[in-house]
Design a protein around this ligand. Structure first.
Ligand code: 0X9
Ligand code: ZN
Length: 304
């Protein structure tokens, strides 16, 4: 039985997604966002109001880094709240948006992290020199060749891949995202720097709606803080808050698709991936409230 007091491997997580779509067939359907090097699906759930016409779409990407288990556990927790809760904040979320939720976009790496090497981060593609995998958050086709906080060495943990979108996971997911109609928000989940990041990651350049993103982001973190009193370090570009990095998903989405609201969460945690399973619901509740808060605050500024 799937739940939130343990971490689950790919097959169990996917069974849970299929099970939820079977329980709520009018509202939820499994969607395939791409495929992996080892032939797994990138499985997600589309949740939308069967009685509504076109709604703003929100895309959730989680588990791109294989060892960041807490992100996938947190997002399946959110799915559970979204589909089963009678809290009016949750019913508003499921009534008003077209959700594309992918708790695990790097299934090969995650399975390898669970079964062989807890610190595994990358995909599992084979390089000619015998090393495995590229960093799927350095492989997207935006500023890829800057290779900031990245390496051209296939044995490095932050290998860019041999070319932009060399990894089938990022390539196929990008084409899925491109086809999402009316995409208004893209939310990516990592751990564990405890901050909220906005594009772009490669420079300190600020977007035209930077101030809106910061205002909504700060308010969003307050919704999370009210749950357990846990404070995040703040909101800003990766270049200013963390380190400059290039080839990441959120920058590609913002630049290529012009999606207005794009954020990357760095969840809480300590030494990866050892956030204790017994404390998954803590971050599940915080993130659920933050996603709710983000929609409320963004709407105040005319988004969504
Ligand atoms: O380095 C990363 O990819 C992320 N940090 S992590 O420790 N989880 O690896 C930060 C991502 C922010 N930058 C981009 N989205 N480009
Ligand atoms: Zn990460």
């Amino acid at each position: 039985e799937f739940g939130w007091s343990a971490y689950y491997d790919v097959d169990d997580m996917y069974a849970y997604l299929r099970n939820m779509s079977a329980r709520y067939p009018a509202w939820a359907a499994p969607v395939v966002g791409g495929r992996s090097y080892e032939g797994r699906e990138i499985l997600g759930l589309r949740v939308r109001n069967p009685g509504a016409a076109r709604q703003p779409a929100i895309f959730i990407e989680s588990g791109i880094h294989a060892e960041e288990w807490i992100t996938s556990a947190t997002i399946t927790y959110f799915i559970n709240e979204l589909l089963t809760s009678n809290d009016p904040n949750m019913t508003a979320l499921r009534d008003n948006f077209d959700w594309h939720i992918f708790p695990l976009v790097n299934p090969d790496g995650y399975h390898y992290s669970m079964s062989n090497d807890v610190m595994w981060r990358k995909t599992r593609s084979r390089s000619p020199n015998g090393c495995f995998g590229a960093d799927p958050n350095r492989n997207w086709d935006y500023k890829w060749d800057l290779a900031l906080n990245a390496s051209s060495d296939p044995c490095d943990n932050r290998y860019t891949g041999s070319q932009p979108f060399s990894e089938v996971e990022t390539r196929t997911l990008a084409s899925y995202i491109t086809a999402v109609e009316n995409l208004q928000a893209y939310l990516a989940f990592h751990s564990n720097a405890q901050m909220l990041l906005v594009p772009y990651s490669d420079s300190k350049e600020h977007l035209d709606n930077y101030h809106d993103l910061i205002q909504v982001g700060k308010a969003t973190l307050e919704y999370g803080r009210r749950v357990n009193g846990e404070k995040y370090d703040g909101v800003g570009t990766a270049a200013e808050m963390l380190y400059p990095a290039s080839g990441g998903s959120m920058d590609w989405v913002r630049h290529t698709l012009r999606t207005p609201l794009v954020y990357t969460w760095e969840l809480r945690g300590w030494a990866l991936p050892c956030w204790p399973a017994a404390r998954i619901p803590e971050q599940g509740d915080e993130v659920t409230q933050m996603i709710h808060g983000l929609t409320v605050e963004a709407r105040k500024l005319g988004y969504l």
